[in-house]
Design a protein around this ligand. Structure first.
Ligand code: GAF
Length: 386
């Protein structure tokens, strides 16, 4: 991280021919539990991870925004007067979309100076660890500071989500940006996606001798296309058919009636969301009462529900989960939007190397590409670095 910060400041000076005014960073996230519940106004329990995106920024004395990054061999330039969903696209839509979205939340963009910004990251892209929310969080915090907008972090999360929905075109919920902006060391963010009330839940992984293992399957996914939007539409159709505003208003006890009203596929989509909300509440209660060693079965049940009811897993994710479970993990599940990306496993520290070896072997045996295996720690959210 020290290197990433220093390298980004040095690269900023080289590319833009001047020093940055400051450096901001924001983490990727892992969702411990609560999948596809955020856009149904339900509950989620993600945490920020120790992989971050950094943004070095310097204000200009004109109205030009210039953005460079380690992901692209170009500097994109635009006049702030032209910034909008129709003029933004590609990788630069992630950072510049945030500038536009700040205006949508009431910032007077006609009065602010332009800026140069350079983005770098060690959050793996395409792994389902929310590299996009990390960019949005770092840029939102940076612009909020230098433009002195005074937005709170919950609003900045909503700004990031707006940019992702409108500029990037992915109909995602509020979870990832909230985790990136609100996360705290060794804790998860328990978020009610209806009220947007957030509570910090200590995880106590180290005291319990547990690690979170990430199994990045390498199977690429994208939320701007295909399955994610389709699942969201199913949930909305289910809510309409049940006569409720959102699936948040359906409880486990309502599922018998839902089965009579809905077709089989929509019913299973609804059952996933309703039971997943309950699992989030049960996980928070279990963490408080018994600590992290007791949440394994809830993680396992969440994976089964996504595999069988919501149907967003892929063979590589199922293999990752089953192999981890069979080799000492307390619990395991796919994490994030699905259709690829990563699984997580909660593993006693002394079993981590056995789990790694078993995963490498199982993927090779099935003819799948080698997974990326590493551990993450729950870390602090977005911040100004200097
Ligand atoms: C993606 C989305 F960005 C989140 O909003 C959330 O819906 C998640 O998939 C599924 O839980 O990460």
């Amino acid at each position: 991280m020290t290197d990433l910060r220093q390298d980004t400041l040095a690269a900023f000076a080289e590319i833009f021919g001047r020093d940055a005014d400051g450096l901001w960073s924001a983490p990727g996230r892992v969702n411990l539990i609560g999948e596809h519940t955020d856009y149904n106004e339900g509950f989620v329990l993600p945490f920020a991870i120790n992989r971050r995106t950094v943004a070095a920024l310097g204000l200009r004395d004109d109205r030009i925004a210039r953005v460079g990054s380690s992901f692209a061999d170009e500097v994109v330039e635009i006049d702030l007067d032209r910034i909008g969903p129709d003029t933004l696209g590609g990788w630069s839509g992630y950072p510049l979309g945030v500038a536009w979205a700040l205006g949508q939340f009431g910032a007077d963009l006609s009065a602010v100076p332009g800026f140069d910004i350079l983005i770098d990251s060690n959050v793996p892209v395409g792994a389902g660890l929310s590299s996009s929310a990390a960019i949005e969080g770092a840029v939102a915090l940076a612009l909020n500071d230098v433009w002195q907008l005074g937005f709170d972090r919950r609003t900045l999360a909503a700004v990031g989500q707006r940019s992702e929905n409108v500029v990037v075109g992915a109909p995602t919920g509020i979870m990832d940006q909230s985790a990136s902006l609100l996360g705290q060391h060794d804790s998860a963010v328990f978020l009610d996606c209806r009220s947007l009330e957030a509570e910090i839940i200590p995880l106590g992984l180290e005291e319990a001798g547990l690690e979170i293992v990430i199994i990045d399957t390498g199977v690429e996914h994208a939320h701007a296309t295909g399955g994610y939007a389709e699942r969201r539409a199913s949930c909305e159709a289910g809510a309409r058919a049940l006569g409720v505003e959102s699936l948040r208003d359906v409880s486990v006890a309502d599922l018998d009636r839902a089965r009579e009203v809905l077709d089989d596929v929509t019913f299973r989509r609804v059952r996933h969301v309703v039971t997943e909300n309950q699992r989030v509440l049960d996980t928070v209660r279990t963490l408080r009462e018994s600590g992290p060693t007791a949440i394994g079965e809830l993680l396992d049940a969440s994976h089964r529900s996504m595999r069988d009811d919501f149907e967003i897993s892929v063979p590589e994710l199922d293999l990752a989960v089953e192999t981890a479970q069979a080799n000492g993990a307390i619990g395991a599940r796919m994490t994030g939007g699905g259709f690829g990306g990563s699984a997580i496993a909660l593993v006693p520290t002394d079993a981590v190397s056995r789990v790694f070896v078993a995963l490498d072997g199982a993927f090779a045996e099935h003819g799948f590409g080698q997974p990326e295996l590493f551990t993450v720690t729950p870390s602090e959210g977005a911040k100004r670095e200097n």
